[in-house]
Design a protein around this ligand. Structure first.
Ligand SMILES: O=C(O)CCC(=O)C(=O)O
Length: 271
């Protein structure tokens, strides 16, 4: 019997890569998605932001109102496109073999895409709207089992400390604990992001990546992303996958929630 707990097979990961994921809760695969596909995804993102694409199924476009007020338009005022799996172009990422084969190594062959985002950090955004506080993605997912969920996040341009790369606390998934999430103590404006408190002294690793690199990560991995202080945008595309035999759970009463905040972001439903 396999001694591995967090990965399933060697479809696209070597034993050594599986051990790294087991130990750390993430693995970065270099040069995983071709630049030509990334460029196509980027063009579609810009076309959606500029209202040139019409969908039969809705997707969410989350705009930064403060950037709009300052005259930014199109992609320069958009934080995120969410739930894009019915977009024929963006869906190409979700079914790209370099992505799905590694997912299969981690969660097995019954794969369903559950959550999708194209995340933009425009330059010049308010730092409180640019940062994503430390969190666990499982907090947002009302389905189980936990170990057959995996996040994928592919850099659409080189990412580093200057433009707000992801960071994580290696091995935090092995604590097998879903922490309470709430609005960060500092006066953060972003109503969309809850975070965890009390991990300030733990060592974080920055996920420095090149365009086309993908990080695969466990839903209990503590992670977040920093502020973009560069002059360019920071784009990444992300899909979470789960075993298609997952089941929903009742999340009522699972967390203490604090929802009172005024929003600096606006969500537009694009149909
Ligand atoms: O891309 C980012 O800046 C943060 C993404 C992330 O951590 C998430 O959406 O869970």
């Amino acid at each position: 019997m396999s001694s591995k707990r967090y990965t399933k097979n060697n479809k696209a990961l070597t034993d050594q890569q599986r051990e790294f994921y087991e130990e750390n809760g993430y693995i970065i695969i270099k040069n995983n998605v071709p630049h030509a596909l990334i460029d196509e995804l980027c063009k579609q993102f810009i076309d959606i932001c500029e209202n040139r694409v019409h969908h039969e199924s809705p997707l969410l476009v989350i705009q930064d109102k403060s950037l709009r007020k300052r005259g930014y338009t199109g992609q320069h005022a958009v934080n995120k496109i969410q739930d894009f799996l019915y977009d024929d172009v963006l869906f190409k990422y979700a079914c790209y073999p370099g992505v799905v084969d590694v997912v299969e190594s981690i969660i097995g062959p019954n794969i369903i895409g559950t959550h999708s985002m194209l995340i933009n950090k425009p330059p010049d955004a308010h730092p409180e709207l640019s940062v994503h506080p430390l969190h666990q993605d499982l907090y947002y997912f009302p389905f189980r089992p936990i170990n057959t969920i995996v996040g994928t996040w592919t850099a659409m341009e080189a990412v580093n400390e200057k433009n707000g790369c992801l960071f994580g606390i290696p091995g935090s998934h092995r604590r097998e604990e879903l922490y309470n999430h709430e609005y960060p103590k500092q006066n953060l404006k972003n109503v969309l992001y809850h975070g965890v408190q009390g991990f300030e002294n733990e060592e974080r690793v920055n996920f420095i990546m090149d365009k086309g690199d993908t990080v695969f990560f466990h839903p209990l991995l503590l992670h977040g992303s920093g502020v973009n202080i560069s002059k360019g945008s920071r784009k990444a595309i992300s899909v979470h996958f789960a075993d298609s035999n997952s089941h929903f759970i009742d999340v009522r009463g699972l967390f203490k929630k604090k929802w009172s905040r005024s929003s600096s972001l606006c969500i537009k439903l694009i149909i």
